[in-house]
Structures are given as structure tokens and as C-alpha cells.
Design a protein around this ligand. Sequence first.
Ligand code: KG4
Ligand code: ZN
Length: 339
Amino acid sequence: MLAIETSCDETSVAIVRRHMEPQGERLEVLSNVVSSQIDQHAVFGGVVPEVASRAHLDMLEPVLLQALSEAQMSGSELDAVAATHGPGLIGALLIGVSEAKALALAWDVPYVGVNHMEGHLFATFLERPDLEPPLVVLLVSGGHTLIVHLEALGQYRILGSTIDDAAGEAFDKVARYLGLGYPGGPIIDRLALEGDPTAIKFPRGMMNDAFDFSFSGMKTAVINYVRSHPDASDADLAASFQEAVVDVLVTKTMRAADHVGARGVCLGGGVAANSRLRERFGQEAARRNLDALIPDRAFCTDNAAMIGAAALWRLETDGPSGLDGGATPNLKIPVIDTP
Ligand code: KG4
Ligand code: ZN
């Protein structure tokens, strides 16, 4: 399966395949090339859709050729082609979808349109295909904050989501306010290492609500604190803010795992690269004897390998997508029920 991801600001192409081993099936990533556009957007303090589309156009062909070369494959050896068809930026999505459909026609193989969020869910199975549902997955990215109950492959229930900003968006906005740069998540993560997470007691938004999140008030609390303490250290602010965000994310995920009787908990999405989140998530899961899957950072942030993993399963379950399908910027995760 050759998979293409162009939903936001990374151009990525991966080649993945299923591999039978005595202990069961394994997903093998033959290549997973990611070209980040962060430098082109950083000067604007956020992703500019038109800049993203142009950069995808420039980079898709070289990234595709590199993915084939690293996998030591030619197009004629591929069995299927997939692309993210939503959610994401419409212009960016259409570049990946059009390329995938063209390749499917040229190579005479099936095309599969993949939901980006389902891709993030499947990232967990890239390393642990043996993982047994029911699972609770915390999906935290620049656009989403979801607690998903994965009852079985393809059967998702959304237990909680954010009522305002996404977790990554909160990191980005706080970093922008502090003048630290873009994207804010990795910068705050690094800076927090030098700060004291107990220095400032920021509020934990909606901590008493079961599974939903609110990050907007936490961001405002940082702004108000800086206004009244102009000399506060950036490192302490970063560490204390990060601690508050991680606290609500981890507490609610574990609460959800208890609630549904999950066997394990998984992390996904760009914010899953956060060191403190990874540490606390692992510790709290271990305390509850839950299997914890914290994917390699390369599979947390946007990448095409996770799209390939979801595509293999979708192709087998639903068959190919029609070549008349387009892209859907606000595509929702396919759920069985929303309580
Ligand atoms: O999943 P992703 O790569 O793209 C989206 O689909 O949004 O997530 C990007 C988000 C950004 O908001 C970025 O600041 C955040 O993930 N992020 C982090 C870290 N690395 C990336 N947030 C906190 N700590 C990190 N180390
Ligand atoms: Zn993403």
C-alpha cells in the first residue's frame, strides 16, 4: 500500500505492507518520508492554507520518489494507493487525493480515501498489531482533542472532546503569546524541562466534568498571570502550563478507561509527542495495570504510514473508494454512536 498524507503542513508518502509471522500479522513500514513545511509557515505564526498547497505541489513528487526508492520498489509492484481525504485544508487535501487517484489509474490498482483521524488511531497498531480492544485512545493534535473508545477495529465511540480550543492549539497560542515561536508545542516541551511545574498553579479546565475538555480558560489564565507578573520566568510558565494540560488529559483518559473497562490506553496526534504527557500517561496506566501504547514520536505527528495502516484495513473491510470521490475538509471520525 502506498499512502499519501497532505492534509495540513506535512507532505508525506509511505509504503506499508502486511507481513505474516508465526506470532501473527505484523504491519511493516517499508518507508515513511515526511517533508515538513514548518519553516515556511513559522514566519506567519501559523499554517497559511495557500502556502501549504503550493508546498505540497512542490514536494509531493520528490517525497513520492524517495519513498519508492527507500522501499526499493517500483510503481508496478504496488497493490493499492491511498490518500487522506479529510479532515484538513481543502486545497492541501485535493493535492494528495488527485495524486493518489492518478497513480491508481496509471498503475491499475485500487484507490482508498482515508480519514486522517482514523489514521491517527491506526498509528497505534503500527507498532503493536497485537493490541486487543477494547481500548481508550487519547487523540490530541492541533485541531482535535478526543477521547475515543475503540470497541473493535473500525468501531469508535467518542467519549469526550474539547468544547473550545484543541490541546495543540492551546500550546500554540500560549507560545505565541509568550513570543516563543511556532509551532508552540515542541518549544514549550523543551522550555518546560528547565522550569518548575509546581511554580504556578494554573486551573485545570473542566476537571470535574467526566470526559470533555476546555483549554481556552487555561490559556487565558496564563495571559492574566503574565499581566500581573511581568517578570515571571518563561520556563516556569511553560512547565506549569504544560503540567496543567497534561494533568487534565491524563486524568480524563484514565477515567474513561476505568469507565469502559478498557484493556489498554493509547496516545495519538501531534501533542502525543509531548515528553511530560508520555511520561505521566505511562505512569498512570502502569498504576492501573493497563497496557499503554505510546507510539514512536514519528508516528504521532502527521505521517503517511498511519494512513497506510488505516487504508489496508479499510480496503479489506469496505473495498476500494470510487475515483469520483473528492476531499471533505470537515470529515468526521466514523462513529457508531455519540452519547
Ligand atoms: O497531529 P499534528 O501533527 O497535526 C494536526 O493534525 O494538527 O499536530 C500538530 C500539533 C501542534 O499544535 C503542535 O504544537 C503539537 O501538535 N505538538 C506538540 C508537541 N509536538 C507537536 N505539543 C506539545 N508537545 C510537543 N512535543
Ligand atoms: Zn494530525
